[in-house]
Design a protein. Sequence first.
Length: 65
Amino acid sequence: MKNLYGFQHSPRAFYDAFSQFLSFELGFERCAYGKTLFRRTNALGITYISLYLDNTLAVSANEGA
């Protein structure tokens, strides 16, 4: 990824790269009701990650999930 901060397409490039990482490397699925919300369900529980520009928020009922 060659985009840098301050360029017009930088947020989109970051979103594309990070969402691919979440999907392919960590097993998250993008929620149908929001493009910036990702969900993963495993034996430890459900984990949600919200992505906005370059900020993320992770929420889980269990620390190990």
